[in-house]
Write a protein that binds this ligand. Structure first.
Ligand code: UFG
Length: 283
């Protein structure tokens, strides 16, 4: 169902729950620039409907999927949670708007238990190979693009920029395995059981990898060559972004355990078993 469907969502919540983990949102930066109202509608108005229906049904614990994109491009990595926020696109603005909604709600009604988790770059798949990432159309993100090249759906990867001020000139990001990310949500729920109010936590590994390092790790994990070509920088991209993980470690007792090799192995395992993804669209 659609998160903006108040009566449908209300009926679900009437079933009785202890907490909500709120993943429902749109997340393509470029699309948010061309369709800002769509992003404000789903991400912000949708979250408002959810919070109102939670309030009506007496559910006051929520874990929200926020993003490191709220830090913008001005600060230098590593990014700590108390940095000033400076989103540079409508997607980031909508994530920050929901964080602000949660902060204001917790200030007004201190019994709410709300956590905003700022994801860095989630990649990989469940190790079973049964749950993976199947973007619609041309993938916006690096890892699904690589896996689609590896499986033969796309001829080659474009590397967006090799003149950044990074060790090999390509962009550096903090990739985090989706299973570690999921564990972070469980840790956040345990934290909220002890801590009312609104809190913010980075979910990353604290380590950055360049695009070329990711390609190398993927080639080793999969045994496939990934043809690539250098291309101009992509507008709005930062040179380097990785998390300061100290708060998440201290407060949540959580730390990412899976390394880049596991991320590549599991992403490839899923794509190899599901060359057409979930089969929801022809390609
Ligand atoms: N990249 C390429 N070729 C591609 C795709 C990506 O070289 O085909 C590079 C990018 O330039 C960047 C790195 O790979 O250096 C990672 O790019 P992604 O698109 O995978 O991830 P981003 O860091 O751009 O974006 C992620 C999330 C967003 C979020 C953003 C915050 O996907 O939702 O982090 O910085 F907003």
């Amino acid at each position: 169902m659609d998160i903006r469907d108040r009566s449908g969502l209300g009926k679900v919540l009437d079933g009785g729950f202890d907490a909500v983990i709120h993943f429902a949102g749109r997340k393509a930066v470029g699309e948010s620039v061309t369709d800002p109202l769509g992003y404000w509608d789903t991400n912000v108005a949708g979250s408002l409907v959810l919070l109102q229906e939670m309030s009506r049904t007496g559910i006051t614990t929520l874990v929200f999927s926020s993003s490191c994109t709220v830090y913008g491009n001005t600060a230098e990595a590593p990014f700590a949670e108390d940095l000033p926020t400076a989103p540079i696109n409508p997607y980031g603005e909508t994530k920050l708007a929901v964080e602000q909604m949660l902060a204001a709600l917790a200030a007004a009604q201190p019994h709410w238990r709300l956590a905003s988790l700022r994801y860095f770059n989630p990649v990989g798949a469940h190790p079973s190979g049964e749950i993976g990432e199947d973007p619609h159309g041309i993938p916006d993100n690096l890892m699904p693009y690589i896996t689609q090249v590896a499986v033969g759906r796309r001829p080659q990867l474009q590397v967006f920029g090799n003149d950044y001020d990074t060790p090999d000139g390509t962009g550096v990001r903090d990739y985090i395995h989706v299973v570690d990310l999921a564990r972070g949500h469980v840790a956040a729920l345990a934290y909220l059981a002890e801590h009312p109010g609104h809190s913010i936590h980075n979910l990353g590994t604290g380590r950055g990898y360049s695009v070329l390092e990711v390609i190398g790790a993927f080639e080793r994990a999969s045994g496939r060559r990934i043809p690539y070509a250098m291309a101009p920088r992509r507008e709005g991209d930062a040179a380097a972004a990785w998390a300061d993980t100290r708060r998440a470690q201290a407060a949540l007792g959580w730390k990412a355990k899976r390394d880049i090799n596991a991320m590549c192995r599991d992403a490839w395992n899923w794509q190899r078993r599901n060359p057409n993804g979930f089969g929801n669209e022809p390609w």
